[in-house]
Each structure stands twice: as structure tokens, then as C-alpha cells.
Write a protein that binds this ligand. Sequence first.
Ligand code: THU
Length: 141
Amino acid sequence: MRLERELEEKLVQAALEARENAYAPYSHYLVGAALLGAGGEIVTGCNVENSSYGATCCAERTAVFRAVSQGERSFLGLAVAGGLEGCAPQDYAFPCGVCRQVLSEFCGPDFPVIVAKSVSDYQVFSLGELLPDSFGGESIR
Ligand code: THU
């Protein structure tokens, strides 16, 4: 389900701004994410790398974990913008598999995921398209 265009653009802008805070001295690949909470608030995240590479956290998970830790568990959409340092995003940056799984904990298959190069150049996918046949908590209850 798509958001209104104005809201999509606002989310993309927030993701682009969050990308400026990315800490990526190893990959030099900067990612920003912006999550729209059901209450209308936007919670952003960036990738935060670590010299022990496996301790790195992606931008999308940073945003989800920030939002949940602030008490929001219901989300209306996500925008992601990523690309090499020193220039604007050249390609659409898709959430990695782990981030798709984390999103699926809180968001349903219709949840819109916006992948953006700029405020005027982005694509929208549903989480169900990005993570079909997902594993969910109902399987272990
Ligand atoms: N990264 C993200 O932030 N989100 C993704 O969905 C894919 C990858 C980050 C992790 C790492 O800091 C850098 O991009 C290169 O993998």
C-alpha cells in the first residue's frame, strides 16, 4: 500500500539526511533509513560500522531498533538511501536479508519500502515482494 506522494518524499528526504550521519570508515558505503511510525513520527537510522565487521548495524535496523526502544511498534513505511561516500546515491539500495526479516517482525506484507536515489527518483516495493514466504513468530507459538 503506497503512502501519499508528499509523505513518500518527506521520508526519502529524512533518509538522505540520516545518511549523512553514517559511520562507515571500512566500506565507505553510506546508508540512511527513515521509518514512519503510526503516530506520524519519523525515526531515522544510519549504518554504524565496527572494526569487528560483524558488529556493524545496518541503517534499517538502527531505525527499527530506535523506534521500538522509543515505544513505537507500528509502522506505515520505510525509505532507504545508500551509496558510496562522496556522492549522491547512484543506485537504489535495497534492505539486506537480515533487515527484511527484522522489518517483517513488525510490518506486514503490504508495508511499503521506498528505495531512493533522490527525492524525485525512487521506487516503492512491498515488504511481501522483498521477503516472500517469510518466517514469522506464529510458527513458533
Ligand atoms: N548496509 C545497510 O546499512 N543496509 C543494508 O540493507 C545493506 C548494507 C550497510 C552495512 C555496511 O555498513 C555497509 O552498508 C556495507 O555493507
